[in-house]
Ligand binder design. Structure first.
Ligand code: G1P
Length: 290
């Protein structure tokens, strides 16, 4: 089958990050670091690895550090060059000149509204959405794994991950149909179902490949769970009209929107590193033994 290739990704980054106050009072939560990289960079690297050519950041007030992070810092680079230091550490995330786009979501009306704010830039093309709070540590990256599935089945694909029953009320939940390997047909979607009412424990971990028709649905989408315009509610209306699958994640997921998840990500990724892993492991062992 042939489908329009996936070239664009929307990264909603307008959230206030109140769960991480006071750290996020004057700094975007997406700039919080996991080891030595800001959270946002993990999502950008995942998107670029998957072949994404244009990243559309949906930002808000007080988020200019994000734009600076993905720009060239002449002063820093000149100083590093003069000192004979390698610039390799700054280069992996460089995008084509003029390529990244920053638009603002003026009001915090929900994830669906944030995605809809990108409609003019997305145009009539499929697009990915990555929520940077969700750090998906896999090889290859999760979006790349999803793109491979997209090239087979097309349509809309959301990430799918099992969570304990006690957590289904925190997420968008998939009602699963027929399974084919890691792909599962989506028969219904529900955002943050009340405890005990979830159709399954397959949650959507913030990775999406969507067809542009979702934008027209979002245009008229009413507020749902939490009084917010929900992407999940708009996606639910595409089921039956276009192919819609879930794709299970093979890797480790960290919910960095949550303090414990964020610390876990730092610990796990530090332990994977050759330079600091052994020292962190030795300290962790000592701490646990105390
Ligand atoms: C959002 C989505 C939800 C998804 C979750 C993943 O919820 O609405 O469907 O499962 O991200 O983290 P939020 O965390 O913004 O409440």
């Amino acid at each position: 089958m042939s489908f329009k290739p996936l070239r664009k990704a929307v990264l909603p980054v307008a959230g206030l990050g109140t769960r991480f106050l006071p750290a996020t009072k004057a700094m975007p939560k997406e700039m919080l670091t996991v080891v030595d990289k800001p959270l946002i960079q993990y999502a950008v690297e995942e998107a670029l690895e998957a072949g994404i050519e244009q990243i559309i950041f949906v930002t808000g007030r007080n988020k200019s550090a994000l734009e600076d992070h993905f720009d060239i810092s002449y002063e820093l680079e000149d100083t590093m060059k003069a000192r004979g230091k390698s610039l390799a550490i700054l280069e992996g995330i460089r995008q084509k000149p003029g390529s990244p786009v920053y638009i603002r979501q003026q009001e915090p009306l929900g994830l669906g509204h944030a995605v809809w704010c990108a409609r003019e830039i997305v145009g009539d093309e499929p697009f990915a959405v990555l929520l940077p709070d969700e750090l998906m540590n896999g090889s290859p990256g999760f979006l790349k794994q999803m793109v491979e599935a997209y090239e087979k089945v097309g349509g809309n694909i959301v990430g799918a991950l099992e969570v304990p029953d006690s957590e289904t009320d925190k997420y968008g939940i998939i009602s699963p149909g027929a399974r084919d390997g890691r792909l599962v047909e989506v028969t219904a979607l529900i955002e943050k179902p009340a405890r005990g009412t979830a159709p399954s424990n397959l949650m959507i971990p913030g990775r999406y490949i969507l067809q542009p028709e979702i934008m027209r649905i979002l245009e008229g989408q009413e507020a749902g769970a939490g009084g917010e315009i929900q992407l999940t509610d708009a996606m639910a209306q595409l089921i039956g009209q276009q192919p819609f699958h879930g794709f299970t994640f093979d890797g480790q997921r960290y919910d960095c929107g949550d303090k414990a998840g964020y610390i876990q990500a730092n610990l796990a990724l530090a332990l994977e590193r050759e330079d600091i892993g052994p020292a962190v492991l030795a300290f962790a062992r000592e701490l646990i033994g105390r």
